[in-house]
Design a protein around this ligand. Structure first.
Ligand SMILES: Cc1ncc(COP(=O)(O)O)c(C=O)c1O
Length: 432
């Protein structure tokens, strides 16, 4: 059994947690501030507000940014969108681009360019650093200046990559699937003292004065200035976080090595492709298959063998709770990808084994039963493939991984030909 991810707990971690249990305050003690200071040092941000989960951090951030309307990517964990719903904002689900599955900057630009009536209140654009690769923050900073929105980064996949100063707030999760863990937990980091203050109050029932200050000044009374929540992290969790944070860079390096093994072992494979992961925290190892039937077959085959392959993610706009627009690029990714196991303790032999079994699954599928169905299935799966993929792909001749038109994904609303091409083209060139 290889899970898709696996955390590590060391004796030092256990010692740090039990030390709090023996001697410290279990909650509202000094470990929270200590963890927050360590997170500021690690991320380079002025303020860190730790919370009971990444979702709580996103909720607090959406609140602090006074979000009345949000733009969220179709491809992310649902919490990215939920946080805007929690604060009563209108949620607009926008498609992703197909290289990194990041929120599509061109569509974001069009969203503002084509809007009829300017909104009342703040619009927050929420990006997700999908699989661990940071979104193109210079481009989003340009759009932010141009259209005047707030920028919230869901960095739950990218802890370890320095957060961008262009983001108003960046949120991380410390769920056991993430780079470091506190069991459950999260943090919102920002350089803005007012935003940090709002998130602290939000975390603590709307109470203005922190417990430590109240204790220090023997203050008997306090004010509640707004509706808040109890989103606090315990001191035991914070102690675990402090201990884990010391190994964050070590985990990053180990994940990078595992990803390199995948890259090398896949060099001669054209049966499936790896999502690009240059400059990544390597949170996920996402592979894309030629068609969805092969993907489904591989998923079942691997799960039967107890490999923890999984899907990141079903498309948010297709959830019953959202029922948003069709987002073809996210839909294509959701239908054709799987995440393979990737975590620091994996060995080269593990990677070879995983890939050998994926190849075996594809061979089984092709040879034993469904060959005609592959061609027929893709060709007859109707609207989507016919509309968005190249003819060669539809005929089952090509393993072209993604739909393209002049380097950009096709879009049914034909949004793509009206944007500030020159600006982005200049940026793209200057990066080369
Ligand atoms: C992209 C993304 N956003 C938000 C979250 C929510 O974080 P948490 O599980 O800590 O609430 C996660 C974690 O699963 C995530 O992967």
């Amino acid at each position: 059994m290889l899970p898709y991810t696996k955390h590590e707990i060391t004796n030092e971690d256990i010692e740090a947690v039990t030390e709090v249990m023996r001697r410290g305050a279990l909650t509202k003690g000094s470990k929270i501030e200590e963890f927050e200071a360590a997170l500021c040092a690690y991320t380079g941000c002025k303020h860190a507000v730790v919370m009971s989960s990444g979702t709580a951090a996103l909720h607090a951030a959406a609140f602090a940014l006074e979000t009345k309307r949000a733009i969220v990517p179709a491809m992310s964990f649902v919490a990215t969108a939920n946080c805007a719903r929690y604060v009563g904002a209108e949620v607009n689900i926008v498609d992703v681009e197909d290289k990194h599955l990041h929120l599509d900057k061109w569509l974001v630009n069009d969203f503002f360019r084509l809007e009829q009536t300017p909104p009342t209140g703040n619009t927050t654009v929420i990006t997700c650093d999908f699989a661990g690769v940071q979104c193109p923050m210079n481009d989003f900073a340009y759009l932010k200046n141009k259209h005047g929105f707030r920028l919230l980064v869901d960095g739950c996949h990218s802890f370890g990559i320095k957060p961008s100063p262009h983001a108003d707030i960046t949120c991380y999760s410390f769920h056991p699937a993430k780079l470091i863990t506190t069991g459950e937990g999260g943090v919102a980091v920002t350089n803005d003292a007012l935003l940090a203050g709002a998130m602290r109050r939000f975390r603590d029932h709307g109470i203005d004065t922190p417990q430590a200050l109240r204790d220090a000044s023997n203050q008997i009374n306090y004010d509640v200035r707004m509706l808040g929540f109890n989103y606090r992290m315990t001191d035991m969790q914070a102690a675990l976080g402090i201990s884990q944070l010391k190994r964050a860079d070590q985990y990053l390096a180990a994940r990078k090595v595992v990803r390199k093994w995948y890259d090398e072992s896949m060099r001669n494979t054209d049966l499936f492709t790896l999502l690009d992961a240059t400059d990544s925290a390597n949170h996920l190892c996402v592979v894309r298959f030629e068609n969805r039937y092969v993907r489904d077959f591989v998923y079942k085959y691997m799960r039967d063998l107890k490999y923890g392959v999984t899907l990141h993610y079903p498309v948010i706009s297709q959830f019953t709770a959202y029922k948003g627009p069709v987002t073809p690029v996210a839909q294509h990714a959701s239908d054709h990808t799987l995440s393979l196991p990737l975590y620091p303790a994996m060995t080269h032999a593990d990677v070879v084994k995983v890939l050998a079994n994926v190849r075996q699954a594809i061979t089984n599928y092709t040879h034993h039963s469904h060959k005609s169905q592959i061609v027929q299935g893709v060709a007859s799966s109707g609207g989507f493939e016919k509309q968005y993929l190249s003819p060669a792909y539809v005929q089952g001749k090509s393993l072209a991984p993604t739909p393209h038109l002049g380097g950009r994904p096709l879009d049914p609303l034909n949004h793509y030909h009206t944007l500030d091409d020159r600006y982005f083209d200049t940026l793209d060139k200057s990066k080369k």
